[in-house]
Design a protein around this ligand. Sequence first.
Ligand code: SF4
Ligand code: MG
Length: 319
Amino acid sequence: AKLHYKVGSALSAMRGHSTVVKAVDGVSFDIRRGESIGLLGESGCGKSSMGRLLLKLEDVTDGNINFEGSDLSGMGRERLKKFRSQAQLIFQNPFDAVNPRFSIRATLSEPLENAGIPKKDREAKIIAALELVKLPDPQQFLDRYPHQLSGGQLQRVVMARALILEPEFVVADEPVSMLDVSVRAGVLNVFRDVRDRLGLTAIYISHDLALVRYVCERTIVMYLGRIMEDGPTEEIVREPLHPYTKALVSAVPVPHPDQSHEPLPIGRGAPDPRNPPSGCVFRDRCPKAFARCASDVPKPQTVGNRLVACHLYDGETGA
Ligand code: SF4
Ligand code: MG
């Protein structure tokens, strides 16, 4: 079964502003079961909002999101509760994701308790989850508190918590960006390993193409709340088609998870998301822009195995 996502537009209040912006606009894609998709883009491009929308942690104002044939917006309490246990979010900053006053045991017990798992069965599941994320000697962590763990250890605990109810679908939002560069590869390897072992369907959100390449077979490139390009990661890295993807790829000289890359500067800064350009939202940073880019929103075009939303690929350049 496919998970079909179609989001008309979703509004999101920007942090620190009362202004409401369109975080995601006219986005549609399918996820195959067991697939790993990287959501790639600069900060503020709507990728975190998209991740939250997919898990129904944010409300869709227009359009619908489908998960296994049922519309998430119309989901009743019971169904939503089940969905929430099947679909999990791994947060960017592990220290924000846990309650500092909860021991690791209590942190991991909480979802089990909410799911009605009897107390006598919880400890074994907690140990198994910590073993799954390769925390050595899990017993010694149970009575510790988050501040007594390193970032890398705590991110493994957060992963264990996300996985403890055996979800089918996981969204990881920049899960290593707050971690020390030296522990990133280890945490990523755990993520990949667990995903493969459990056959998870995964969305990996990142501004870093090197990390997405390391983790995901498919990449969706986003810019200002829209999908620019969608296709197999290796093809995108080898031969990017969309002008925005071309700029992203040329900014990544050494694709390896130990090296992190800041989002590239393309010309001047990204436009104000409260007031995006007409037509193609990338046009004021695009070296290939032409007249029609200002008037028409490019529709996704099929090019080989890819979808590209750019007028250069719809055969109507007007040239
Ligand atoms: Fe550039 Fe036009 Fe393509 Fe947008 S549609 S990426 S402005 S060429
Ligand atoms: Mg973000």
